[in-house]
Design a protein around this ligand. Sequence first.
Ligand code: FES
Length: 161
Amino acid sequence: MIKRNIVLNGTEKVVVAQVGDSLANVLRGQMGLTGTKVGCDQGQCGACSVIVDGKLVRSCVTRFSRMAEGASVTTIEGIGTPAGLHPIQLAWIAHGCAQCGFCSPGFIVSAKALLDEKPDPSREEIRDWFQKHRNACRCTGYKPIVDAVMDAAKVLRGEMA
Ligand code: FES
């Protein structure tokens, strides 16, 4: 067993896990944060994306034991609440980005990491980002997703209400 102090969505937590546990399984199974989805469980679909110390990671292929003491983890639950949706989430709804919805948490976390790093991306840069980080959607095609990220970026830059 291993023990880590982490900051999970802004709150300090002490987590005890098995040495081989993935971060995804710790988040979903132990911490009850089931917004993080596990699709392929092999690092190929991006459904399990979370932000660790400012970097986007696929939590299904991240061993919890590799986490640094004091690491900061942001999941979809830390990005918005039903009463206070994040601009990316509002744009997701406005553009109809979710059909089955399974990939949406991973995409939204990924988009957050992108806009934290690059507040004014081009459409091509958004597509490249999702491709690089392997975010995959089987329902919508990617146009509404790119449209949503473009709009959310404008809102976050204060250029659109
Ligand atoms: Fe982690 Fe697919 S579930 S990348």
